[in-house]
Design a protein around this ligand. Structure first.
Ligand code: ADP
Length: 270
């Protein structure tokens, strides 16, 4: 009876507290690795525009007596400076969203306002490509959130839709209520995302086509920001896409007044 049981019980399990400490060490090591990769990536991403600016500054000096060339190089410097500014701004956004700052108080946010503000912010870029940007869906939806963050998230999705769509196409952004959430869908008829990349596009600095993306000025941070906004709100973001046909990104945010949708604490490592 009793003796048999003891023989069969095998090695004693690691007592709870020790197991927890081991787990904490592993987790701490993983967090440290992610942090180190991130710093290396940031360094790499900063090197490109800074290097370009240095070269262009030299070229401007060499061309001092040719006003036309000076103009041309100056325009490119301003382009590189814009890119650098955007990268720094997105890095700051991302670090705040990742839990550097406590999440501001969630308040009722009107979804229509968010969609129209985001559409306004991307209107110029869309017009430059003769893209028809259509805002639609259910009216009067109210979510619990931080308006500025939600506007940034939808703006990032729309900016990508414009960026990765050919001229003269149509982009739709629409919201609807679905089981306690507002579903905000951004649909384009652009180049689409290959299957093998779909699950990774939300990672920081991940781009489907490195060379194409960096030449067109993407930072690789836009969707990472959207993902953090979604999780800070207790929501989610997913993508449907078909290469050559287009993509739909769907952001789900808890409707105001819906129970059981407490947001995840900010700062959880991903
Ligand atoms: P980026 O600044 O490079 O656009 P994002 O994080 O916003 O960075 O997006 C990551 C990658 O996902 C992009 O480089 C692009 O390859 C792909 N992507 C994002 N949105 C779309 C879209 N609407 N259509 C096609 N590809 C997209």
């Amino acid at each position: 009876g009793v003796h048999g049981v003891r023989l069969e019980s095998g090695p004693a399990p690691v007592p709870g507290p020790v197991a927890l400490v081991l787990q904490d060490v592993t987790e701490a090591r993983r967090v440290e690795e992610v942090r180190r990769d991130f710093v290396a990536n940031v360094g790499h991403e900063l090197k490109t525009p800074v290097g370009a600016l240095a070269l262009l500054a030299e070229a401007v000096q060499d061309a001092a007596d040719d006003p036309e060339t000076v103009q041309r190089f100056a325009a490119r410097m301003s382009h590189e400076a814009d890119r650098l500014a955007r990268l720094v701004r997105e890095l700051i956004d991302l670090s705040r969203l990742q839990g550097g700052d406590p999440l501001p108080e969630l308040a009722p946010v009107d979804v229509d306002t968010v969609l129209h503000e985001a559409a306004d912010r991307t209107g110029l870029a869309a017009a430059a490509k003769r893209i028809d940007l259509v805002v639609g869906g259910e009216q009067g939806l109210v979510v619990r959130g931080v308006e500025a963050q939600l506007t940034t998230a939808v703006t990032n999705l729309l900016a990508n839709a414009v960026h990765y769509s050919p001229e003269g196409t149509r982009i739709a952004v629409a919201a609807r209520a679905r089981s306690g959430f507002a579903e905000i869908a951004v649909t384009d008829s652009g180049i689409g995302i290959p299957r093998e990349d779909r699950s990774r596009v939300f990672e920081r600095f991940y781009r489907v086509d490195q060379s194409r993306a960096s030449s067109t000025g993407g930072t690789g941070l836009g969707l990472a920001i959207v993902k953090h906004v979604a999780s800070n709100h207790g929501g989610s973001v997913t993508v449907w896409s078909e290469e050559g046909l287009g993509s739909t990104f769907t952001l789900r945010i808890p409707l105001a007044g819906s129970p059981g949708t407490e947001p995840a604490p900010a700062g959880a490592p991903d």
